[in-house]
Write a protein that binds this ligand. Structure first.
Ligand code: AP5
Length: 210
């Protein structure tokens, strides 16, 4: 089963991805996580991420294709943060997408989520100072290493940029997948209110997928 999970920044894609891949035994393709790793060595990618702009399609589509060819699985893939535009969506035509899940929520709550998010850099584990705190303040539950804010979460104008790009592309992506759904080329297109707490959203998604 191949699933696309998309939603605005901070809507919980990374958080929910973990539950979905464990539930269905899928491989996770998280573009943001992959690109953040690239950005440690590539200053052009780092600049793009820190400015809130998208990384060019030729790079992202190449990463996804390489990942799929090098990480074959019969069970399927969960795409977190890909596609983000029509070119990326069409680049996935070589595999069958089964379900598309769109998370939605209001911008005010998004801001709280992003400003309070902390991550463990090496693993990508995600926390929130209020909504999903680590056992011990400021450190990762598993390794005890320090948690940090993402650079693109600390600047309000960068957050606004990420949101504006997302909402601009959303219209095209939604209509693209709705058309595929109407032609029965995908099995389901679901919209989930991501303003509820983590477990509530998780139950909603897993119910749909089971
Ligand atoms: P990416 O890392 O994908 O960032 P994003 O899309 O902005 O999404 P986020 O990671 O910010 O949020 P999320 O939805 O995963 O939320 P999370 O679970 O962490 O991409 C980063 C950058 O990489 C992009 O800006 C772009 O430059 C580049 N990029 C990535 N993909 C690309 C592509 N395809 N093409 C081109 N460029 C690309 O949750 C957020 C916080 O809220 C956490 O603290 C969490 O604990 C908390 N939380 C989660 N769910 C809940 C809940 N239900 N209730 C309360 N708190 C919650």
């Amino acid at each position: 089963m191949n699933i696309i999970l998309f939603g605005p920044p901070g809507s919980g894609k990374g958080t929910q991805s973990k539950f979905i891949i464990d539930f269905l035994n899928l491989k996770l393709i998280s573009l943001g996580y992959i690109l953040r790793n690239y950005s440690l060595k590539n200053h052009k990618i780092r600049r793009l991420l820190n400015s809130g702009n998208l990384v060019p399609n030729y790079i992202t589509t190449g990463i996804v294709k390489d990942y799929i060819f090098n990480n074959y699985t019969q069970n399927g893939y969960l795409f977190d943060g890909f596609p983000r535009n029509i070119i990326q969506a069409k680049s996935l035509n070589f595999i069958k997408i089964d379900y598309v899940i769109e998370l939605y929520m209001c911008n005010k709550l998004i801001l709280n989520r992003l400003l309070g998010r902390r991550i463990h850099v090496n693993s990508g584990r995600i926390y929130h100072v209020l909504y999903n705190p680590p056992h011990k303040y400021g450190v990762d539950d598993i390794t005890g290493e320090k948690l940090v804010s993402r650079d693109d979460d600390t600047n309000i104008s960068v957050i606004k940029k990420r949101l504006s790009i997302y909402y601009y592309e959303l219209i095209y992506i939604r209509s693209y997948y709705k058309k595929l759904f109407n032609k029965r080329k995908i099995k389901g297109y679901f919209r989930i209110n991501a303003e509820n707490n983590i477990n509530f959203v998780k139950e909603k998604i897993l119910n749909i997928l089971s």
